[in-house]
Design a protein around this ligand. Sequence first.
Ligand SMILES: CC(C)(COP(=O)(O)OP(=O)(O)OC[C@H]1O[C@@H](n2cnc3c(N)ncnc32)[C@H](O)[C@@H]1OP(=O)(O)O)[C@@H](O)C(=O)NCCC(=O)NCCS
Length: 185
Amino acid sequence: MITVTALSLPLRTDRLLLRGYRDGDLDAALDYYADPKVARYLLEDPWSWKYGQEQIDKRVDHTDIDKPGSALALVVEHKREVIGDVALWPTDAALSRGELGWVFHPKASGKGFATEAVRALVGLAFGHYRMHRAVAQLDARNTASARLCERIGMRNEAHLRRDWWSKGEWTDNLIYGVLADEWIA
Ligand SMILES: CC(C)(COP(=O)(O)OP(=O)(O)OC[C@H]1O[C@@H](n2cnc3c(N)ncnc32)[C@H](O)[C@@H]1OP(=O)(O)O)[C@@H](O)C(=O)NCCC(=O)NCCS
């Protein structure tokens, strides 16, 4: 296993700031996670206050990837306002493969903010954590997420039919992937 130096946060991109969660982040997160349109292609239902608090409590501890089961969960801010969040977690014991997740407030849509934040996260996966592969899994109907994957250079590697039980039905699942050497090239 490759040893990595401590992660330095917050992370800044051209327009965004990516930081760890704080206890006070529930209201800002509920503002989009409680929206059924946002939750449409997530495996979870729209957040209630109680469920949201449990999620924030977990995410406050997701500050680094250092062992199986760990995760890096980051709040994304634009001009000091929370507009979404991204997460990276390892999918193997050697921490050499990672999975990415993202959820953004509809008010921030259509400006490339999610693309910019996810690019930074993939940069961390390969540049900081030295992973060799990163994937994203999405409901096949989630065309906005698929476009995001393609914009940042991920490849559609699989279309798994009726692979997820989501909101009362079996749904198709897309797997997008990118390799470290492709990313660096
Ligand atoms: C998935 C999700 C983040 C995509 O949001 P988005 O607004 O399409 O993504 P971005 O913020 O990267 O914006 C990209 C759009 O802005 C446009 N854009 C404008 N300026 C841009 C810029 N500087 N850079 C890149 N794109 C830009 C792009 O053309 C693109 O529009 P298009 O897809 O119609 O071509 C959002 O729909 C979401 O949070 N959905 C709910 C949660 C969810 O489903 N999460 C994923 C689970 S797998």
